[in-house]
Design a protein around this ligand. Structure first.
Ligand SMILES: Nc1ncnc2c1ncn2[C@@H]1O[C@H](COP(=O)(O)OP(=O)(O)OP(=O)(O)O)[C@@H](O)[C@H]1O
Ligand SMILES: N[C@@H](CCO)C(=O)O
Length: 316
């Protein structure tokens, strides 16, 4: 379960003294997630009970947090269904608990979807288009934590633990992305989510109600963000792509933010780069005997990468 840092009743009551949100009724650690510690928190403000989420950040530092506080507030104000942090009575959202950055956020309603349909993909495509449009004039920048510099370094460090074939596959993808960056394509960039897997979305019935876990957000190619979504939302368990779901995703996204000409050229590589990035981030803890992180299967993304190489992707 993803409670890495234990929060006691007293910790929480002390934190809540800074806010005017009500009395603590209940709180409970959340099972899902692998990076951060999350608790559902119930408060009573006298008029009734309200639900919140307390997140303690296990990897991000205090210095990195203002980007996320500002971005989530910015996006929520522009109608994106993202949780936003509450400010205490001094106007401060960013708190600290057990030395970790902590935020008390809105709890959004809805459930995770297990069986993805073209309609779910259409909705997430439109919502990601809206997210990117809303973020275009966002005033802060952040370099990706697991971006080009990270995968260049990590792919070299891990190579000795891989088969020659896999090490070569990683090297090739890192090089191909570097070649893409050198093209004079001027691909649209902005604030991207960076990890919009379907387990980071909630649906109320069949309506998208929340986009969660924005803490991989950074400044990057908008199309790369869409590639991350396509590789998770539109893929079958064997790594093959479901063309109907992918068509629904890309068409809905393109209706909100029409693609630039050069994005058509970049797409076949960006879906490969996105598959490589998650293959690598899953390989690192899986091959580290001392890792305390919950392990997700790296093979899934190796299969997707091979599939994307075998059948080059195309934007509609
Ligand atoms: N604001 C929220 N509203 C409703 N549910 C939430 C909220 N925040 C978190 N959750 C629930 O907690 C789960 C874990 O949260 P989250 O995905 O942010 O954790 P994480 O460890 O940061 O994630 P990841 O494994 O994707 O890195 C979510 O999948 C969701 O079920
Ligand atoms: N969504 C990521 C984990 C969180 O960053 C994965 O499935 O590998």
């Amino acid at each position: 379960m993803a409670v890495y840092t234990h929060v006691s009743n007293t910790d929480l009551k002390t934190l809540l003294q800074d806010f005017d949100l009500g009395e603590l009724v209940d709180f409970k650690g959340i099972d899902g997630g692998i990076e951060n510690t999350n608790y559902f928190v119930t408060l009573n403000d006298g008029a009734g009970k309200h639900e919140y989420v307390l997140t303690l950040f296990e990897e991000l530092t205090h210095d990195e947090m203002p980007y996320f506080v500002e971005l989530t507030t910015w996006l929520a104000e522009r109608g994106c269904p993202v949780p936003f942090p509450f400010k205490d009575r001094n106007g401060i959202a960013l708190k600290a608990l057990h030395g970790r950055p902590a935020l008390l956020q809105s709890r959004l309603s809805g459930n995770h979807i297990e069986k993805l349909t073209p309609e779910h993909c259409r909705q997430i495509g439109a919502a990601l288009g809206q997210f990117h449009q809303a973020g275009l004039d966002f005033y802060m920048q952040r370099q990706a934590h697991r971006g080009v510099f990270w995968w260049r370094r990590e792919s070299q460090q891990i190579a000795s633990k891989l088969s020659d074939e896999d090490a070569q596959l990683l090297r090739t993808e890192v090089t191909l992305f570097e070649q893409l960056r050198e093209q004079p394509w001027n691909l649209p960039q902005g604030a991207i989510h960076g990890d919009l897997f379907h387990d980071n979305a909630l649906f109320e019935g069949d309506q998208l109600s929340a986009i969660l876990d924005i803490y991989n957000a950074c400044t990057g190619y908008l199309l790369y963000d869409l590639a991350i979504v396509a590789n998770d939302w539109c893929v079958n368990p064997d790594g093959s792509i479901d063309p109907q779901r992918e068509q629904a995703l890309l068409t809905a996204y393109g209706e909100v933010r029409p693609f630039d000409d050069n994005e058509y050229l970049a797409w076949p590589q960006l879906v490969r780069t996105a598959a490589m990035r998650f293959w690598l981030s899953r390989l690192i803890p899986a091959l580290d005997p001392n890792s305390t992180q919950k392990i997700k299967d790296p093979e899934e993304f190796r299969r997707i990468l091979l599939q994307r190489i075998k059948t080059p992707a195309a934007l509609p």
